[in-house]
Write a protein that binds this ligand. Structure first.
Ligand code: AMP
Length: 208
């Protein structure tokens, strides 16, 4: 099974990607996590991430191709890639003939701002909580692995605004790219639904 999760930052792709990967034993490939955990990232690349812009397509292709090569015998979920039409085309060239399901997480910007600026991320396992809607049991401690939670430096109001702008400009066209190829389903991930409710919807939309 090969799945692509599309949607703006904070739409729930990461949370649902992890849950789907666990249930169906798929490799969860989050390009944001791969970048954040990459010790070889240059200062210039760190600044790009920190300012809410996009890492160049050629570097992203290299990172994703290397990761996909390691998944030859396993299905995967791509979370955060492709983010430009060029990346979508690159992926099609690399995976020519591979059938992919694309799930688009639709949600409005004002809800995303609240979600992202209240988000707490685990420094060790990457689990995500929210100060108000999904607080950890112990303040600032991950329920899953007991490590410390932190606020991502790009989850501040100013950077979130820029990330949403980047999303509308560069990533929204990718939705049409997959719509035209007729392999996209849309999930309404807004409106205060629980993680479990969205998970049920996601499985239905993906027919799994
Ligand atoms: P995320 O954790 O998915 O929100 O990604 C965090 C940041 O990593 C983004 O704001 C981008 O700067 C960078 N990034 C992640 N995935 C990509 C991608 N496919 N193309 C370019 N930049 C990316």
């Amino acid at each position: 099974m090969q799945i692509i999760l599309l949607g703006p930052p904070g739409s729930g792709k990461g949370t649902q990607g992890k849950k789907l990967a666990e249930k169906y034993q798929l490799e969860h490939i989050s390009t944001g996590d791969l970048l954040r955990n990459n010790p070889d990232l240059t200062e210039e690349q760190k600044n790009i991430i920190q300012s809410g812009n996009l890492i160049p397509d050629n570097l992203m292709l290299e990172i994703v191709t290397t990761k996909l090569k390691g998944c030859r015998d396993k299905g995967w979920i791509l979370d955060g890639y492709p983010r430009t039409t060029k990346q979508a085309k690159d992926l099609d060239s690399v995976l020519s003939g591979v059938e992919k399901k694309v799930l688009y997480f639709a949600i409005k910007d004002d809800e995303l701002m609240k979600r992202l600026t209240g988000r707490l991320t685990c420094s060790s396992c990457g689990a995500v909580f929210h100060k108000i809607s999904n607080p950890p049991k112990k303040s600032n401690i991950c329920d899953i692995c007991n490590s410390e939670l932190y606020q991502r430096s790009d989850d501040t109001e100013e950077i979130v605004k820029k990330r949403l702008e980047t999303y509308h400009q560069h990533t929204e066209p990718v939705i049409n790219y997959y719509k035209n190829n007729k392999n996209l389903s849309t999930l309404d991930s807004g409106g205060g639904k629980s993680i479990e409710e969205i998970f049920e919807q996601a499985k239905k939309k993906l027919h799994i």
